[in-house]
Ligand binder design. Structure first.
Ligand code: HEM
Ligand code: HEM
Length: 242
């Protein structure tokens, strides 16, 4: 099928702070997972030098903590942006309990899970920003991120004199000790990894299926929308970057 692309319009969707958050967040999570794996299962010291001389494990933990601070600053920044950003970045874009959002769930389920192609695609079901299922996955992400931040800074609070981790010193006693806190911290990493894998797959799949520049949208900020087949109320949301 050849799509007539003459009526494709560029829509500015992801603002710079959203893209900045996305890539720094993705990078810090990757670093946190890699260093977390090393902390969980440390390799044997392959050196005859005294352990205090090499400090290799200290470096791994240092990288984990730098990534952890980057991660938490990005989450706070994105939380703020959910109140001041454009309509695609706002908290209301994540609210799944509207009629349109609920209809969109069925559409996404049909396309993403049942892999059914809709012959006469109702473009009202194609979202310009996040689709409803994606938005729900991002809420799940956010909850898991909070658990990692609370357990991570809770564990860190007994190893530092800095004020910020000290704010979380109640977490470890609440969970029943270091062992339980580390267990939660470790276990929650796995659903994060799982959602990341599904997320990247679906971004690539939608890029291929819809041909609207999904992948590059998180770099440039733009997606493409077929204007003449979009209902009026949707057209007005198309904004060209000034
Ligand atoms: C997505 C985010 C994160 C992931 C995937 C992650 C992963 C991990 C893993 C797998 C471990 C090893 C646990 C074990 O089995 O013993 C660990 C340890 C640890 N993490 Fe994280 N972490 C994350 C965020 C954070 C944050 C935000 C902090 C806050 C400072 C943090 C602080 C720590 C501390 C203090 C330890 C224990 C270090 C030690 O005992 O030597 N982590 N992390
Ligand atoms: C550790 C890896 C990753 C994590 C944790 C992650 C997380 C997220 C989150 C939280 C959002 C929502 C953004 C917001 O509303 O502010 C998002 C959206 C998005 N991500 Fe990722 N991401 C990762 C990797 C990737 C990769 C590798 C790509 C490109 C292939 C990608 C492309 C996108 C796109 C295009 C969106 C917008 C999708 C939409 O229309 O719903 N992400 N990602």
């Amino acid at each position: 099928m050849i799509l007539n692309r003459s009526n494709f319009k560029r829509a500015y969707v992801w603002q710079l702070p959203v893209r900045f958050f996305h890539w720094l967040n993705a990078m810090s999570i990757t670093v946190l997972c890699i260093t977390g794996f090393i902390i969980a299962d440390p390799p044997a010291l392959l050196s005859s030098a005294d352990a205090t001389e090499i400090y290799r494990f200290g470096i791994v933990r240092f990288i984990h903590f730098v990534a952890a601070y980057t991660f938490v600053i990005m989450i706070l920044m994105r939380f703020y942006w959910a109140f001041v950003g454009n309509r695609y970045a706002r908290w209301s874009a994540y609210w799944p309990f509207t009629q349109k959002a609920l209809k969109n769930i069925f559409h996404v389920f049909k396309v993403d899970v049942l892999l059914l192609n809709e012959k006469n695609r109702d473009l009202r079901n194609i979202s310009v920003g996040h689709n409803t299922v994606a938005a729900m996955a991002y809420i799940a992400f956010f909850i898991l991120f909070l658990i990692m931040i609370f357990t991570g800074f809770g564990l860190y609070s007994s190893m530092t004199t800095a004020w910020f981790p000290k704010l979380f010193s109640w977490v470890v006693p609440l969970l029943g000790g270091d062992f339980a806190a580390r267990l939660v911290h470790h276990t929650v990493m796995w659903p994060i990894i799982l959602i990341v894998i599904i997320h990247v797959y679906l971004v690539l799949y939608h890029d291929w299926l819809e041909g609207r520049g999904e992948v590059s949208s998180m770099v440039s900020g733009y997606k493409f929308v077929v204007t003449d087949r979009f209902p009026k109320e949707e057209i007005e949301i198309i904004e060209e970057k000034k």
